[in-house]
Every structure is written in C-alpha cells, then in structure tokens.
Ligand binder design. Structure first.
Ligand SMILES: Cc1cc2nc3c(=O)[nH]c(=O)nc-3n(C[C@H](O)[C@H](O)[C@H](O)COP(=O)(O)OP(=O)(O)OC[C@H]3O[C@@H](n4cnc5c(N)ncnc54)[C@H](O)[C@@H]3O)c2cc1C
Length: 380
C-alpha cells in the first residue's frame, strides 16, 4: 500500500514510455520517484506502436542524437528488464530511382554511420520475396521490441530495481509546484514532470494550445506468420518523404513529386510502410496518419488496403491473413517535442512527432539534467 503522505523527490504524470524514461533518468540520479497514471495498465501510444526504435532517418541534429542515445539505453536495460530485442537494424527499400537517389545522398551524411547500400540481388537475407525493388539501405543501429510486453516489463523493472513507486488508476487533476491534486488525494513532490501523451486538455491546456498541438490517428495491422523471417524492420519509398532525416534532403523533392503522381491516395492518408516481426512470426504492419483534435476511433478498410498495397509492392506476394486491427493516437505538432517549464520545478514534456519509442530516453536525460541543473550528458 503506497503512503500518499510520503514526500517524493520527483513525481511523474503518465506511465507511457516518455514518463518511464524520465523516471529512469531521475532514479539513476538516486531520486525517489513516484509515477501516477489514470489507467490500470498501459493503454496509450506506447503499447500501440511498432516498438521500432528508429535511429536511421530521424531528423538531423538533436533528434538524431537523442535517438542514438535512446537506442543505447534500450540495449542497456533490455537484459536486466527482461525485454527481448526481436530485430536489429533497418532495411530501407528503394523501389524507384528517385528513392535510391535519396538514400545515396543520405549515405553521404554523418547520419549514415553503420549504413550501407545493397542492390536487390544482395538483399535476400533481409527481404524475402522481393517485388520489383532496386535495392535498399541497411543499417545496424535500430532495434525492435514488442511494446505491449516491453512497457509493462520496463515499469516492473523500474519498481523492482530502482524503487520507483507506481500509482495506477489515479488521475491527476491539477499540478502546482511541490504538489499534485489527484483522484486519490494530494501528493507532494519537490519536482514534477508531466508526460501526458496526447491528453492535451487536462493539465496545462494553454501550453498545448499555444504550441498548436493536435492529435494524430494511425491504423495498424497484425498479419499471420508468412513463413519467413525478417531480421530487420522493413520500410519503403513512402517513408523517405515522412522521416525527416531523408525527407529534408534536397533529393527528396523529386521522389515526392513522383509519389504524388503515382501514389496520391497513399500520401493523402499519410500511408507509408513499416513491417516488423514478432517472436511468433506474425508481422506488425502499418500505418496511416489522420489529424484532428479528437480523431474518430474507426479503422477504415480502404486505408488498410493502401497499407497492404504497399506491402504487395515491396514483398511481391499476397499479404498473410489479418489477425488484429487497431488504431492509436499521439500528440502532433510542427517540432519533435514540446518541453516547457510552466511553473518552477515543473516540466511539461510531450513528444509531438510519433517518435517517442525512439527518442524518449535521450529526451528525458536532457530534461532531467536541466531540472536538476546538471550539464547535458551528466546522466548518460
Ligand atoms: C500506432 C502508433 C505507432 C507508432 N510507432 C512508433 C514507433 O514504431 N517508434 C516510435 O518511436 N514511436 C512510435 N509511435 C509514437 C510513440 O508510440 C509515442 O511517441 C509514445 O508512445 C508517446 O509516449 P507517451 O508516454 O508520451 O504517451 P502514452 O503512451 O500515451 O502515455 C501517456 C500516459 O499518460 C497518462 N495520463 C495522461 N494524462 C493523465 C492525467 N491527467 N493523470 C494521470 N495519467 C495521465 C495516460 O493514461 C497514458 O498512460 C507510434 C505511435 C502510434 C500511436
């Protein structure tokens, strides 16, 4: 039984990957941490995603640095927390010469560390049953975990190994410096980090409104085991105009123009292809992007058909049967994340770019270092 009279060093609102990452960074400094979440178990974006910790293709500069750091943290904690790394690296397919040109330009940048180009006939171990691909970029640094088990295991490990206290089924209604008003009563903490995911209206709604944060809905599918194994997640041309590490390169303009001509419906629904594989051989395949303050919860069959169409183009075969369909939402705005200090010793942190699994640990180390007046990199 948790004693709500206890005074904590740090209270974190939200037990998604962003909140857990802040708890880890603070616990590594020896802080006594409580995490408060209104849900009885993880139910937000952090358990609905691909579990794809993507470094290659993240926006150049700070986001890429945070992604690299986050991948290292995932690697450090996976063993102790009992989290299996199911796939490593990335296979970024090029179906068109314009896509190959983007990847060739990317390979000239500092972000291409550990990456190489492979022609189609040299991709056999990475891409079973190719459907007309020119080749692809292979990377080593990315990794994939099964989020729906990894997030609960990360939370259990934070409690067992770092003494982090979890208050679940408790909603936070208000935050002031040093105190939180919750559905279970008053909780006191010297510092507070609010990581509410895409709840943009309960705590500090003015901050989200000012930053024009909205929400993005994604459609996801799980397909039956196709009978082959993917050592690394697979993406394709459509991803090259979404992921800013590629999309910001000048060569992406020609690819975008060709995609607009050839795959206008895919672009209209924000469809691109990510295929990852689970331990039982099933494939998690997505996704789409629709934006609204309150997105509807319905998965459209025509949008799923666009996702599966790109699957056919890349793998050259009929997709296996669909086992599951779900939607997820995340906070979305122009930049990678919203980090604000609305009150003394209070931080508001939301990843606004659909990259929280990939960047949360690096972001959290920066936020916690700033909160405790430590130099950047002090927690690493
Ligand atoms: C379908 C999908 C696929 C994605 N794929 C990837 C991917 O492969 N790689 C990647 O890097 N990113 C991916 N993302 C993005 C990533 O999942 C998110 O950026 C990340 O999970 C956000 O984490 P979070 O902790 O902020 O949010 P959440 O996981 O949503 O957690 C927020 C938590 O805060 C709690 N909360 C909010 N307000 C309160 C309150 N007032 N009181 C108490 N509790 C509160 C909620 O209950 C919730 O548990 C994907 C997202 C989706 C939806």
């Amino acid at each position: 039984m948790t004693n709500l009279e206890e005074h904590f060093d740090l209270a974190v609102v939200g037990a998604g990957v962003v909140g857990l990452a802040h708890a880890l960074a603070a616990a590594r400094l020896g802080k006594r941490v409580v995490i408060i979440d209104r849900d009885a178990q993880a139910n937000g974006a952090s358990v609905r995603n691909f579990g794809f910790v993507t470094v290659t293709g993240q926006a150049r500069g700070e986001v890429w640095r945070r992604a690299r750091r986050s991948a290292r943290v995932w690697n450090e904690i996976a063993g102790p927390a009992g989290i299996e790394v199911l796939q490593r690296g990335l296979t970024m397919i090029a179906r068109r010469p314009e896509a190959k040109a983007v990847l060739e330009a990317f390979l000239e940048t500092e972000m291409a560390e550990g990456c190489a180009w492979r022609d189609a006939d040299d991709l056999g171990d990475r891409l079973p049953g190719q459907g007309g691909v020119l080749g692809g970029l292979t990377s080593q640094v990315d990794l994939r975990v099964e989020s729906r088990t990894a997030i609960p295991r990360l939370a259990a490990w934070l409690a067992a190994a770092h003494g982090v206290v979890f208050l679940r089924g408790v909603a936070v209604h208000g935050v002031e410096t040093g105190r939180l008003e919750t559905s279970a009563g008053l909780i006191r903490a010297d510092a507070i980090v609010v990581c509410p995911g895409d709840d943009l209206v309960t705590l500090f709604p003015d901050r989200f409104a000012r930053a024009e944060v909205t929400r993005c809905k994604l459609q996801m599918l799980r397909l039956a085991d196709p009978g082959w194994r993917l050592p690394a997640p697979v993406m394709s041309d459509l991803g090259l105009v979404r992921y800013l590490g590629y999309a910001d390169l000048p060569q992406a303009a020609a690819l975008r123009a060709r995609l607009e001509a050839e795959q206008g419906a895919h672009l209209e629904h924000g469809v691109h292809l990510i295929v990852v594989q689970s331990a039982d051989g099933s494939l998690v395949v997505g996704d789409s992007h629709h934006y609204a303050a309150t997105p509807d919860p319905f998965a459209r069959d025509d949008v799923d058909a666009l996702i599966l169409d790109e699957f056919v183009q890349v793998f050259g075969q009929t997709p296996p049967p669909v086992l599951e369909r779900w939607t997820g939402t995340y906070a979305s705005a122009a930049g990678h994340s919203l980090v604000e200090a609305p009150l003394p010793d209070v931080r508001l942190v939301t990843v606004t770019s659909g990259t929280g699994a990939s960047t949360a640990f690096g972001l959290a180390e920066d936020v916690i270092a700033d909160l405790y007046d430590l130099p950047q990199g002090a927690i690493a």
